[in-house]
Design a protein around this ligand. Structure first.
Ligand SMILES: Cc1cc2nc3c(=O)[nH]c(=O)nc-3n(C[C@H](O)[C@H](O)[C@H](O)COP(=O)(O)O)c2cc1C
Length: 226
């Protein structure tokens, strides 16, 4: 059995999706063969197709963007939908990680993946929705029971077992192993550091953009002021 581990974060390095896939790879051990794939742009290359062709199971790991899938991943899925070489019983699992503390924030995005499977003729086998994505990238070694990813690791082990047995189940959700209020404080501190490092001021974090959209159906301009 060959499993394609697909990292669909656009980040070149240090993505939480990549860390979660490494965890999964470790949990899968030598029970399966693994093909590691990165989808960072909206084009599926011939090299990626060759790797995907070898796999009978795909695990698509992606960050939540505006409650959905990143647009480059949607573009890739559209291309893959039409590929006739897909195996008839291709199993699809997802791992969506998000900035929100609660993993079930990713549920609508996982439904998008499920709907894609229905259209593309693949078997959706259930996914993991992981909260606290901002902390995953800095969470270090997962294996210790005091690790920040301890809860996620537990869920990942069960997820790996399901993949090996080709079992389907409802989506499962997990988050980092510390309280929500600490996650919020840490997030706010890191945004302050980031904005200063990029030449801004802390108070700029409260700035909001005026978004101007054109409603083509009635041909008038709508201005959203926040
Ligand atoms: C453009 C953009 C949109 C995002 N939208 C959401 C969102 O709607 N909800 C959420 O919980 N996190 C959101 N996030 C946070 C990411 O999902 C989070 O940082 C994730 O851990 C990144 O994963 P990665 O490192 O695998 O790319 C967004 C991040 C970006 C850059």
């Amino acid at each position: 059995m060959t499993v394609a581990l697909i990292n669909a974060s656009p980040k070149v390095k240090g993505s939480s999706s990549g860390i979660l896939l490494n965890d999964l790879k470790e949990c899968l051990g030598n029970k399966v063969d693994v093909e590691e794939i990165c989808l960072r742009t909206s084009k599926i290359t011939a090299e990626i197709i060759e790797k995907l062709k070898k796999a009978d199971t795909w695990v698509v790991a992606f960050p939540l963007y505006v409650d959905s899938l990143p647009s480059h991943l949607l573009a890739c899925l559209k291309q893959l939908e039409k590929m006739t070489w897909k195996k008839p019983n291709l199993n699809i699992y997802g791992i969506a990680n998000c900035g929100f503390y609660e993993g079930n924030q990713a549920e609508p995005a996982l439904n998008v993946l499920k709907n894609w499977c229905a259209k593309a003729g693949c078997a959706y086998k259930g996914s993991l929705g992981i909260g606290g994505g901002g902390a995953i990238a800095v969470s270090g070694n997962m294996s210790g029971k005091n690790s920040l990813r301890a809860n996620i690791y537990k869920a990942m082990k069960k997820f790996a077992d399901r993949i090996v047995k080709k079992e389907g189940e409802a989506n499962k959700y997990a988050t980092v192993a510390f309280p929500r209020f600490i996650y919020k404080i840490a997030a706010q501190n890191s945004w302050r550091k980031m904005i200063k490092a990029n030449g801004g001021k802390t108070k700029d974090l409260n700035k909001r953009l005026d978004v101007e959209l054109t409603d083509t159906s009635v041909n008038k301009r709508i201005v959203y002021e926040q």
